[in-house]
Design a protein around this ligand. Structure first.
Ligand SMILES: Cc1ncc(COP(=O)(O)O)c(C=O)c1O
Ligand SMILES: N[C@@H](CCCC[NH3+])C(=O)O
Length: 472
């Protein structure tokens, strides 16, 4: 064991604003894979290298190259099952496919009995390719095109979440043309300020989504839907934002949605709303990106939401509706890591005798834009061997022509880190691959599923030919 280095023990002291946390006490701490942050199947083996669900990371890198997304299938499925148990009915849990989707993952979601939330024609296409039961699909979006709406109606999706007055008229027309009645929900903007990054908060008044509750738009939307010939109002919907840790916002949102339901029943009578049997309270449950994060357990979220809904309904004197939710990050996020190979290393002397080490990897902001976009914080570890040197405050950067191309702003890596070492960044399963770009004409990395010592390629690596395929 290495002795504690003398001097300041906290990165924040060394470099103001650093998010790296305290200096690891020893090599074991530098090697640690915190259980809340890393996939459930991640283990550091006796030789110091990490395996994911029984496959050595070095083997994964040899076979599939780097950068590489490694998805722990059992982890993903277990989180689906835990949500289903917490909410008491798998179909009430709509996996938000925007977090990550490919055909195989849509099949896992179907097998776990969950429903699916899609928010574009593209996501719907993948779901249909997977033969996902259409009646368990919910279709979202503030500006769905007529073509997207038509495809959704023709496919027989279980519900379409209405987001604007234009859409109510458009969808009613499309359904009438087809001689069908389309089940719909109304997206309500409940006026809750979610405690998260402003770019991913969605229930305050001044933003693009939904019908405002406070201004009466939501009640007016309900009036129009009830009057519409070819629409059935089956639910009220609210989504307050993403990566949220405390349950107060969720509770307040549930309270306000049920209060709206009570108002609608008072205005229209229970008979006019007999099909309105669901309140869908969206996604947003936060996950641990680092050991410091303390997310709300899913069963506590379920209890809180059910309690609020039951209490409000008891007060108003009607049977509680079904509570549905739309988790994305909480299901897809924790089970996936991104594996990179170290290419170059550079030390920069900063003021006060402090230095920062830049470790360049073979991907970057094209496979993980979240650090640049939301100041996201990640846990990064050396995974191809164990640490045998003192910790050095490091910044993981990509290979793009941009100084803001940062993957992990601050982390501790062993001083002997070298080109060829493999690093893994944890909890990259949600909103990384799906937000990937071809900036600087980098091909998108592959996604490989691991389970019980077996691997299965879900999405292959893009090739340079793929990059040319749109050229005319
Ligand atoms: C309508 C809707 N439902 C569900 C989600 C999924 O959110 P999360 O991944 O935070 O669970 C989102 C994204 O924030 C969303 O916009
Ligand atoms: N893309 C965001 C979450 C937005 C969720 C979609 N409404 C993130 O990476 O955190």
């Amino acid at each position: 064991m290495r002795a504690h280095p003398a001097g300041p023990r906290h990165a924040e002291v060394l470099l103001p604003g650093s998010t790296a946390g305290p200096v690891p006490a020893d090599e074991a701490e530098l090697d640690e894979l915190h259980a809340a942050v890393w996939p459930r199947g991640a283990h550091r083996d006796a030789d110091g290298a990490v395996s994911f669900a029984g496959t050595d990371v070095r083997e994964l890198a040899r076979e599939y190259g780097t950068p590489l997304f490694v998805l722990d299938e059992a982890d993903f499925r277990a989180r689906c099952a835990e949500y289903a148990t917490a909410f008491g009915d798998p179909t009430s849990v709509h996996y938000a496919s925007k977090a990550f989707l490919c055909t195989e993952v849509a099949r896992w979601v179907a097998e776990e009995g969950l429903s699916l939330d899609v928010c574009s024609g593209g996501e719907l296409r993948v779901a249909l390719r997977a033969e996902f039961p259409p009646e368990r699909i919910t279709f979202h979006g503030n500006n769905k095109s007529v073509a997207e709406l038509a495809t959704a109606v023709d496919a027989g999706v279980g519900s379409i979440v209405l987001d604007s007055f234009h859409e109510i008229a458009r969808l009613d027309h499309l359904a009438r043309e087809r001689g069908v009645t389309q089940p719909v929900m109304i997206r309500v903007t409940v006026g809750v300020e979610a405690h998260t990054h402003e770019f991913i908060a969605t229930a305050h008044e001044d933003q693009k989504f939904g019908f405002s509750l406070a201004s009466g738009q939501a009640a007016e939307a309900a009036r129009r839907v009830i009057k519409a010939e070819a629409l059935d109002l089956v639910g009220l919907h609210s989504h307050i934002g993403s990566q949220i840790f405390d349950d107060d916002g969720f509770g307040l949102s549930a309270h306000r949605v049920v209060a709206l339901l009570a108002d609608l029943r008072a205005e229209h009578g229970a008979a006019a709303l007999e099909k309105l049997t669901t309140v869908d309270l969206g996604g947003g449950l936060g996950i641990a990106y680092t050991a410091d994060d303390d997310p709300l357990p899913v069963d506590e979220l379920a209890t809180r939401l059910h309690d609020v809904v039951r209490k409000e309904c008891d007060l108003a004197g009607f049977e509680p509706p079904k509570v549905a939710v739309e988790p994305g990050r909480a299901i897809a996020g924790p089970g996936t890591v991104t594996v990179y190979e170290v290419g170059t290393i550079k030390d920069v002397e900063l003021d006060g005798g402090v230095s920062r080490r830049y470790v360049s990897v073979d991907g970057g902001m094209s496979d993980n834009i979240r650090t640049s976009l939301y100041d996201a914080v990640y846990d990064c570890r050396l995974v191809s061997r164990s640490a045998e040197a003192d910790p050095v405050l490091s910044r993981i950067v990509g290979k793009h022509c941009e100084s803001g191309d940062v993957v992990v702003r601050d982390c501790w890596l062993p001083e002997d880190i070298a080109p060829g070492d493999l690093l893994a960044v944890a909890a990259t399963g949600a909103y990384c691959y799906v937000m990937a770009s071809n900036y600087n004409r980098l091909p998108k990395p592959p996604v490989v599923a691991v389970r019980d010592g077996r691997t299965r390629l879900l999405l292959r690596r893009e090739t340079e030919d793929d990059l040319l395929r749109l050229e005319v």
